[in-house]
Design a protein around this ligand. Structure first.
Ligand code: SF4
Length: 72
């Protein structure tokens, strides 16, 4: 479980292979990966590496990817 940042991908967006590919590409710290079916998964052990660049949020349709800060 991450301590500082939690990244959420909406289920419908996660099933979109093109979007999954894009997310894997844009994130500089490899927080996104694709499972065997091509669905987007969040690599939990990397979540705390998030640099809050928002590239993933911008790459996805509005509201489909959320980056949540777990600290104040
Ligand atoms: S905000 Fe940036 S570093 Fe964080 S998950 Fe999105 S693309 Fe990766």
């Amino acid at each position: 479980m991450s301590m500082f940042v939690h990244v959420e991908v909406d289920a419908e967006a996660a099933a979109d292979m093109e979007l999954a590919k894009k997310l894997v590409e844009v994130c500089p710290v490899n927080i996104f990966d694709q499972d065997a079916s091509g669905n987007c998964v969040v690599v939990e052990e990397n979540e705390d590496e998030c640099v809050l660049c928002d590239l993933c949020v911008e790459a996805a349709p509005k509201g489909k990817v959320r980056v949540i800060k777990l600290y104040g």
